[in-house]
Design a protein around this ligand. Structure first.
Ligand code: 5CA
Ligand code: ZN
Length: 409
């Protein structure tokens, strides 16, 4: 699948810091030390509806990870998937009486436009579940050959007991796992499973549903977790730097994915850091396609809202916080954007050298975007109140805000 065009990332004087980031698996900060090419996998959308502010906030967090790495003069190998076949997509297509593939294509196209408008850096590999099927089938076959998978009425399940490290991403107890499994696409109550939370690797073809050739598995379609594992292993290999997504993916998705990969390769762990963004709510509840309490990026753009203001609204919240989208959040971001734009269009100002370092420090310390915004605010206020004589400073600020925060002033 093609991704979306990259906006330019201006080079800044000096050098950025190594990223210290909160790792869900260890429960604490880790300082990542990627090689010359940092490797990151971020879970992509299930394209049955438009990009909402929750999605945008999560992709914003991982865009910052990339920008910090680029500022350390590393290259970034970024991979993202599109879950373009799964139950929610088929359910929505049926509800709206549209073709599931056309729905997926339309919403993926809109996602690309939203990501472009928000200046999110594109993945190097943007891979759909459907196009990944030829790579998924041999992995499921291998898990079966290893004794880590079993069949139930034609469907193939992964046995969580086969991974000695199972549970080391989420650290949840069995009851919590069972509850979340039921909420998030699992089937803990299906009779005949070895463990209630065992996830499906391959679903045998169902009447009236799309299916693909699965070799010795028979016709069917892939499970959700093995999809991301196949794509990550194919394009990044084991031991990549960051596995990312929203906190609703900690369990079962990232726990199961880690287990699949560890059993398949005999290596541990799949990712050096499991990084999770907080949930964005609307009217007190997590914004979600299934609940329908959504603010869409594309709807705001249609209303004429500047994407730079949307991005500043996201950046005003720490990526790990759960927060609420309100009109005021957007209004504050628009006000801030107007101040910043006015400031960088003035012919001079106070020196911005220290500001660049402050933004770098803030982001390197667990992506503290609100602290970075506060540092820019201070420079703007100083310029407004006292002026300055450094003719290069407004340009430095503009380039730093673009390169490190993805906001074009
Ligand atoms: N296709 C799978 C991942 S492989 C999936 O979860 N798709 S999704 O469309 O439901 O979500 C895409 C990304 O947005 C995921 O990382 C998810 O954790 C994140 N996300 C979904 N809702 C919210 C929300 N309300 N706030 C923050 N992030 C969210
Ligand atoms: Zn995923």
């Amino acid at each position: 699948m093609h991704a979306w065009p990259a906006s330019e990332v201006p080079a800044l004087p000096g050098q950025g810091r190594d990223l210290r980031i909160h790792d869900t698996a260890t429960g604490g900060p880790v300082t990542l030390d990627p090689g010359p090419v940092a490797r990151i996998y971020v879970c992509g959308i299930t394209p049955y509806d438009a990009t909402h502010m929750g999605h945008a906030a999560t992709y914003n967090a991982f865009d910052l990870v990339q920008r910090v790495w680029l500022d350390t003069k590393r290259q970034v190998h970024y991979v993202q998937n599109v879950t373009d076949i799964d139950d929610p997509l088929l359910e929505r297509a049926e509800r709206d009486d549209v073709d599931w593939a056309a729905l997926a294509e339309r919403e993926t196209a809109l996602f690309r436009e939203d990501m472009t408008a928000l200046r999110m850096l594109p993945p190097r590999h943007y891979i759909g579940a459907v196009e990944a099927i030829p790579g998924i089938v041999p992995l499921v076959e291998r898990l079966r050959d290893l004794g880590a998978a079993y069949e139930l009425d034609g469907d193939i399940y992964f046995s969580v007991d086969s991974d000695p490290h199972f549970g080391e991403v989420s650290h949840l107890d069995a009851a919590a796992m069972r509850l979340l499994s039921a909420e998030r696409g699992g089937d803990p109550d299906r009779p005949g499973k070895k463990d209630p939370v065992d996830p499906m690797l391959w679903m045998a073809a169902r009447e009236g549903e799309p299916s693909w050739d699965g070799g010795s598995l028979g016709r069917g379609r892939p499970g959700w977790h093995i999809e991301c594992v196949a794509i990550a292993l194919d394009h990044l290999g084991m031991g990549f730097d960051v596995q990312g997504g929203g906190s609703d993916l900690v369990f079962p998705h990232h726990e199961m994915g880690a287990s699949h990969a560890q059993v398949l390769t005999g290596e541990f762990p799949m990712a050096k850091a499991y990084v999770h963004a907080g949930m964005v709510a609307l009217h007190g509840e997590k914004m979600s396609k299934s609940k329908g309490n959504l603010v869409f990026v594309s709807a705001l753009r249609r209303e004429g809202v500047d994407p730079a203001a949307i991005r500043l609204a996201l950046l005003a919240h720490h990526y790990r916080a759960d927060w609420e989208w309100t009109d005021q959040v957007l209004q504050d971001a628009r006000t801030r954007l107007a101040h910043w734009r006015a400031a960088v269009s003035r012919p001079d100002g106070p020196s911005a050298d220290a500001l660049v370092e402050e933004i770098r420090d803030a982001l390197a310390e667990d992506l503290d975007a609100p602290a970075a915004l506060a540092a820019v605010d201070r420079w703007v206020v100083l310029q407004e109140s006292k002026g300055g004589t450094d003719a290069g400073a407004p340009g430095v600020v503009s380039r730093a805000v673009d390169a490190l925060l993805g906001v074009a002033l």
